[in-house]
Design a protein around this ligand. Structure first.
Ligand code: NI
Length: 227
């Protein structure tokens, strides 16, 4: 599932995050790459342990926790501490698949990357290029979203960032270990949750059919969840 999560951050939160990270010191983006992606990656990144990255990352995680759409779609077990990157002057990141396991030294957090996320932190008309191009079984998708919006996609997907030819593409990127490892199962639960919520609006939370469907949702989640 490829999901656009709109307005994860409000415009003023985007401005706060940008003020924090823009003032920090950036390094070569290959600090988090595996050997294959190091060849493909040309960009700048905030060091994982920099105070600005930690503070801005905490703001992103707070925003995610209050997004019902994100919670329902990702069913997060652990959200990896968000990282931040910027692309300018031809920076690009060629085709790659993200590493399966991520380890953060300071926090000791180790996760299986089920989902990848990119949160856009620059307005699309402020730069040219920089589209996130994601290939999945349904074809190729080009993604470039307003600041504060996020794209969520299976971490198993082949993807790239097109060269930035004008301006700066600033974003946050991170991974999620989901309670439900398989994309197909997670997608089914997400569709079911949306349908139940819609039905509940029309029929009322206490309708016997809604109670039964909600029970089935939880029983499927119980069957598939890994803690
Ligand atoms: Ni990637």
């Amino acid at each position: 599932m490829l999901l656009h999560v709109p307005a994860v951050l409000t415009p003023s939160e985007v401005a706060e995050v940008r003020a924090l990270i823009d003032a920090a010191e950036w390094v070569d983006g290959n600090v988090t790459s595996g050997p294959q992606s190091a060849l493909a990656k040309v960009n700048l990144q905030l060091p994982e342990a920099s105070p600005a990255a930690l503070e801005a990352g905490a703001k992103v995680r707070e925003a995610l926790a209050r997004s019902p759409l994100f919670m329902s779609a990702a069913l997060p077990h652990t959200v990896f501490p968000p990282l931040f990157n910027r692309y300018r002057g031809g920076h690009t990141f060629g085709d790659h698949v993200d590493n399966a396991i991520r380890f953060q030294r300071d926090s000791g957090v180790r996760i299986r990357t089920d989902l990848s996320a990119t949160l856009f932190l620059a307005e699309p008309d402020s730069y040219d290029g920089g589209e996130l191009v994601i290939e999945d079984t349904f074809g190729v998708h080009e993604v470039k979203l307003p600041a504060g919006h996020m794209i969520l996609y299976p971490a198993s997907s082949l993807h790239r960032v097109e060269p930035v030819t004008r301006g700066e593409r600033v974003g946050s990127f991170f991974w999620i270990q989901s309670l439900v490892r398989e994309d197909a199962r997670r997608t089914l639960l997400f569709d079911m949750d949306l349908a139940i919520q819609k039905l509940a609006q029309d029929a009322g939370q206490d309708s016997p059919a809604i109670v039964a469907l909600t029970g089935s949702y939880h029983n499927l989640l119980r069957m598939w969840a890994e803690l």
